[in-house]
Ligand binder design. Structure first.
Ligand code: PLP
Length: 361
């Protein structure tokens, strides 16, 4: 028998979350962001559930090829554009739209031989200082692109650094609008957090990532239920060991938890080599048979310990939900586990280990 751990992908939840993404901006088209192998879910696994999206946005040419191989004929956007000149050949061949964020990419495009002019998304650095032309260099980049026979249509994009917090997006929207007000072309501004928290932004294309995968972009301020989202990824396992501790007994490497009373604990077949964050300390929420319990001590490579006091009936083989959907309609948001580990839901889902079998629920 294999180790009892498995990951479940909930296709119905992906479809639900995509529909949820449409509500705040009903006139906008939606890029389903599927970079990082669909945030760890697997592009092939999410494709059917997300095919009502207007396009797919990602980074890797390999992932773009996989989408075309699945039969997707609609728009695909390379969010970081091409990484070297020859990538443009694949863009021409597969009709990939691509971001243009630096002068080198314009130079490459100007030397690219193609009968198929490209749709590009010119990216502005409106304050995040990651990729893009500054507001002062944006217009000359646009003019250069506009003069190229290799370019068909130019759309305008920027990315927000603080859409998930009180800092907000007003300063970046203002910078973007000042520099683009008389430029033609479709706009793509909002990510998940901007879409949910700043619904009034003028954006023709929304780039929805994390919300599709059932994680609140602004956790812990809000959780997935607040935004009407459903978990799309469940990590579940079973109890493979039981111990009864006496006062003074400790648990796991480094003896990080010491019992102050007699208590029963369970050992779960899940560790950091499966994706569970090692930095999640004692007290991280976990469901045993759908009942909220807490982890104890350090997470090991293949195991972790849970306090069974809230669920006395639990025993060998009891179902343990590390995050996602538990039995009897219970839910443990991935964001709660992420928070306990000092990280975000994005990181946990992207880290799902290859050794964990994945099934479609
Ligand atoms: C340029 C760009 N657009 C959109 C997204 C999607 O963001 P989110 O997953 O927060 O919706 C990302 C993700 O990092 C991104 O880099």
């Amino acid at each position: 028998m294999p180790r009892p751990i498995e990951a479940l992908i909930h296709a119905d939840a992906l479809t639900h979350n995509l529909a949820r993404a449409r509500a705040p901006a009903p006139d906008a088209r939606i890029w389903a962001v599927v970079k990082a192998n669909a945030y760890g879910h697997g592009i092939e696994r999410v494709f059917d559930a997300l095919r009502a999206a207007d396009g797919f946005a990602l980074l890797d040419l390999d992932e773009a090829q996989r989408l075309r191989a699945l039969g997707w004929r609609g728009p695909i956007l390379l969010l970081e554009g091409v990484f070297e000149p020859r990538d443009l050949e694949l863009c021409s061949r597969l009709n990939l739209w691509h971001a243009v964020h630096c002068t080198e990419q314009i130079d490459w495009l100007s030397r690219h031989k193609t009968h198929q002019p490209h749709r590009v998304f010119l990216k502005m650095n409106s304050g995040m200082n990651r990729l893009g032309f500054t507001p002062t260099t944006f217009r000359s980049a646009w003019a250069r692109l506009n003069a190229l026979p290799q370019v068909d249509e130019i759309s305008l994009m920027t990315h927000f650094s603080d859409a998930d917090s009180a800092v907000g997006i007003a300063h970046q929207v203002a910078a973007f609008e000042r520099a683009t007000q008389d430029l033609p072309g479709e706009r793509s501004l909002s990510n998940s957090a901007a879409l949910l928290r700043h619904a009034g932004v003028r954006t023709d294309w929304v780039r929805a990532g994390i919300l599709l995968y059932g994680s609140a972009p602004d956790a812990p301020e809000h959780d997935l239920l607040h935004w009407g989202l459903q978990p799309t990824l469940t990590l579940r396992s079973r109890l493979i060991g039981l111990q009864t501790l006496q006062p003074g007994d400790s648990v796991g490497y480094g003896s990080r938890f010491t019992a102050s009373e007699a208590m029963r604990i369970g050992i779960v077949a899940c560790g950091y080599a499966d994706a569970y964050p090692r930095h999640a300390g004692s007290g991280t929420p976990v469901l045993v048979d759908g009942v909220r319990c807490a982890t104890l001590g350090r997470v090991s490579m293949d195991m972790l310990a849970v306090d069974l006091r809230p669920v006395p009936a639990a025993g060998m083989g009891s179902e343990v939900t590390l995050w996602g959907r538990g039995p009897q309609g219970s839910v443990l948001p991935i964001d709660l586990v992420a928070q306990a580990a000092g990280t975000v839901g994005y990181e946990l889902m992207c880290a799902l280990a290859p050794r964990v079998p994945v099934v479609m629920a």
